[in-house]
Design a protein around this ligand. Structure first.
Ligand SMILES: Nc1ncnc2c1ncn2[C@@H]1O[C@H](COP(=O)(O)OP(=O)(O)OP(=O)(O)O)[C@@H](O)[C@H]1O
Ligand SMILES: [Mg+2]
Length: 243
């Protein structure tokens, strides 16, 4: 599958009047490549989350299109877009939102239970995959714990497991390593990297320089504009950490 942003832009009003339009994202083209990790860095407020949310089908652009295999995400009705997102996209949101009264495992399986993943796996198969991910991320013992009892870093790892358990073709990770110590940062980046082995395209927004060691493609966002940094785009295979 190919996910492609074509001239997407997003603006907000700052102050009074239409002339005070402020572009969070200027007209931008971006292709997410299957089997690749794309890392997006840039200063706070430069438009990274805005661009990622538009790519992920969560935020309607004010101009341009986001095309999945040529189909315009934002021309779809809400129900179709929700299903598509649930089947093909996994998201680690910047706020690491999870449902506080559900257990870790219930949080992970909830989206899969609603729509079922694209392989039509049974609940027990999805649960097995989720357990493996939790083990890899060293929180295997937390699967029956209510989410409200978790630390920030544990919540973020649960979000990563939730994003990956449905075997999506695209994963969007917004600051996936904030709240994490060095070891867990490596683990989560490795888990995201591993997902590319089955053809998943991973987009990571981060302030963490460690993530560049896992990137195939590095873009920088500056005042709503995207630039590619060719000097950072050398093969990084040797930097993958074994987990
Ligand atoms: N709903 C909104 N209404 C008005 N302005 C917004 C809205 N969402 C984002 N912005 C503005 O758009 C700009 C880009 O925001 P965005 O969240 O994309 O930045 P970011 O690069 O992800 O920053 P950070 O690294 O702090 O997460 C910021 O100046 C922000 O204040
Ligand atoms: Mg952000």
């Amino acid at each position: 599958m190919l996910l492609e942003a074509s001239s997407v832009e997003k603006w907000y009003l700052r102050g009074k009047g239409f002339s005070n339009r402020f572009f969070a994202v200027n007209s931008t083209d971006l292709i997410l490549e299957s089997g690749k990790v794309t890392v997006l860095t840039g200063r706070s407020g430069s438009g990274k989350t805005t661009l990622m949310n538009m790519m992920a089908g969560l935020l309607t652009p004010d101009g341009g299109k986001v095309l999945l295999d040529g189909k315009d995400l934002y021309a779809m009705d809400d129900n179709t877009l929700s299903r598509l997102r649930n089947r093909h996209f996994g998201m680690i949101p910047q706020g690491a939102e999870i449902l506080p009264d559900l257990t870790v495992m219930e949080n992970i399986l909830l989206p899969i239970g609603i729509y079922r993943d694209r392989y039509g796996r049974s609940a027990s198969e999805a649960e097995e995959c989720a357990r493996e991910l939790l083990e890899q991320m060293e929180i295997g013992d937390l699967s029956d714990v209510p989410a409200k009892e978790l630390s920030g870093g544990e919540r973020r790892r649960v979000c990563a497991a939730r994003a990956l358990a449905g075997a999506p073709e695209f994963v969007f990770a917004d600051e996936p390593t904030s709240d994490l110590d060095d070891d867990n940062t490596k683990i989560i980046l490795s888990v995201l990297r591993q997902a590319t082995a089955s053809g998943c395209a991973v987009m990571i927004v981060t302030h963490d320089p460690e993530a560049l060691g896992y990137a195939d493609i590095h873009y920088r966002m500056d005042g709503g504009s995207l630039s590619v940094l060719p000097e950072d785009n050398k093969p990084k295979e040797e930097k993958i950490h074994a987990i």
